[in-house]
Design a binder for this molecule. Structure first.
Ligand code: MEV
Length: 328
């Protein structure tokens, strides 16, 4: 039996635009998905997920996601969750050259599913690490990140960047631009996360942005402008200028909203945070519902979000410098 965990993340800047080669800066946060993998005697796969902010589901299948369990959650969310685990297990089999290995997989996560905090990337990264260790193979972090990216790329129909999976593997703040990924220095920023209890469909949201970008030059310019914000943001990060980071986050949110990926609940939380005096606030991840991230050293934003009707949960998130790790 092998157990590994990997962190979720918030995007300081650059989601969506990163899919088209602009840079992005996601930051790993101290919320983890933990995956335990135990090899079985047969070639089947059993997935047990008690806490993915779903009601908890258990499913047993052999290589296909057709056998959906009957739980009361969005079908697309569930199919996506199973697809990620299925593909992660395939990567572990491939890395160990054991195509027919069967597994019992248990997932425990305190990252809500589809909410913009990189739950799928964390499950995939931890799943590949646990699966390969269980089969006696130790991957370098670079190879693990690459294999995790292949999973997201496959499950998201070719519309994934390396940002989520690289960040979850390496931890800390990272910069991703196309194939170029690196960890960067960052102060421990005062992240406050607001969660509306909902989720967005990443595939659909990414397709929507692509359609706008293909139809309108000004939408393509908006994507480029997000890249400009990221470049400016990197300078602010180097200088430790939290005021400037906040202004740029506000701007980034406005452009994501123009691209159609915000939601009333996300806007309400963003405005709640801003009116409470946060340095800046924006949605994080694919959008459509889920989480916002704000910068505030004081407790004012947390208090304001607790009283924002659209906000179901609010928490402070610290930068997680560790990335993927084996658990005892
Ligand atoms: C989703 O967490 C982030 C997106 O930029 C998609 C991706 O980078 O793969 C929307």
């Amino acid at each position: 039996m092998a157990t590994a965990s990997a962190p979720g993340k918030v995007y300081l800047f650059g989601e969506h635009a990163v899919v088209y080669g602009e840079p992005a800066v996601p930051c790993a946060i101290e919320r983890r998905a933990t995956v335990t993998v135990e090899e079985r005697a047969d070639d089947r796969l059993r997935i047990d997920a008690e806490d993915l902010s779903l009601d908890g589901f258990t499913v047993e299948f052999s290589g296909s996601t057709d056998e959906s369990p009957s739980v009361d959650v969005s079908e697309s969310l569930l199919t996506a969750a199973m697809g990620y685990v299925d593909a992660a297990v395939d990567q572990a089999r491939d890395a160990a050259d054991r195509p027919n290995a069967g597994f019992d997989v248990t997932i425990d996560s305190d990252i809500p599913l589809g909410a913009g905090l990189g739950s799928s990337a964390a499950v995939v990264v931890a799943g590949i690490e646990a699966g390969t260790r269980e089969l006696g193979v130790e991957l370098s972090r670079a190879e693990l990140a690459e294999r995790a990216y292949q999973v997201e790329h496959e499950v998201q129909d070719g519309q994934a960047s390396r940002a989520d999976t690289y960040c979850s593997t390496m931890g800390g703040a990272v910069r991703v631009e196309g194939d170029r990924c690196e960890t960067i220095e960052a102060p421990d920023l005062p992240f406050v996360v607001g969660y509306d209890g909902g989720a967005g469909d990443t595939g659909e949201l990414v397709s929507g942005v692509r359609a706008l970008k293909d139809e309108y030059d000004f939408a393509a310019d908006t994507v480029t402008a997000i890249g400009d914000i990221v470049r400016q943001g990197e300078r602010a990060l180097e200088a430790g200028d939290v005021d400037e980071l906040g202004r740029l986050m506000d701007f980034n949110h406005g452009l994501l909203s123009a691209l159609g990926v915000s939601a009333r609940s996300l806007d309400a939380m963003v405005w709640g945070a801003r009116e409470a005096g946060a340095k800046g606030a924006k949605l994080t991840g694919a959008g459509g519902g889920g989480c916002i991230v704000a910068l505030d050293e004081s407790s004012a934003t947390e208090t304001a979000l607790e009283y924002t009707p659209d906000c179901e949960q609010v928490f402070r998130a610290r930068l997680d410098k560790e990335g993927v790790r084996l658990e005892p």
